[in-house]
Design a protein around this ligand. Sequence first.
Ligand SMILES: [Mg+2]
Length: 270
Amino acid sequence: MNFATYDKEYVIGIDLHGTLLNEDWLISSADVTKLIEILEQIKRYATILIITGNDLHFVQEHVPESLYKLIDGFILENGVVFSDGVKEITIATKEEIEIIKSLEKELKAKQDRDILFFARRLGSISMFTRNKSEGVLPNKLYSKIVKLLENHPVNKQIFVTHSDVAVDIVPFGYTKWTAIERMFNDKKIIAIADSYNDWDFLYRADHPFMPNNCSSKIEEAFAAHNKKVLPMTEYKGLNPQSGVFKSALNNTAGVIEILEKLIINFKKHK
Ligand SMILES: [Mg+2]
């Protein structure tokens, strides 16, 4: 992979579930058209990444080809895997992945009824409690898994998190943010994301944005760190500013709202 091609001053990382995808895990064809138009403009100023807990196969299934080919890179499995859209590369070490694989086996054997399925993963574990409109939020399973692993021998070597559809386990020290920092540490980072597994990615980004449907847990976390959640109308452009900005619209429509505001500011900034 040639990282030297990522030469823009800004990097925009967009989350998938609860952000780019709507409640039915889709992007409507009208929104695909709008997003293509926006991304073609915004690519002049920024590298576009999809940053997700999912694997590349899931992204390819849910992001239409015409849109997919405009994405410059993919941070997958909550920061454990990177892809240029073709190849998947694990960032975690072989030993770290071995621990995850053996824990996955152990959790599968428990056959917890809250888990709809274990998704395909290269270096993490992903237990889905929701499948589109079916199933329940992962909060209950999250608490159960945290408690279950409290005294487990590998407890210190793993990290448990969740999105709005799944509980994920990654090797300790890997998050969406650690991956972005490792690869893009000299760039200005714009984060667009909605849930708990996006926390440090949103908190540490230069410009954090959330769709209106973002989790209340992440809003509380920002409040606890004295960061205000502000409406998009308060966004003053690309100069450093405090606060996190929340769109008026939900998921895909919210992403479009945020990207349109960014284009205006990129053009002004030039
Ligand atoms: Mg999400």
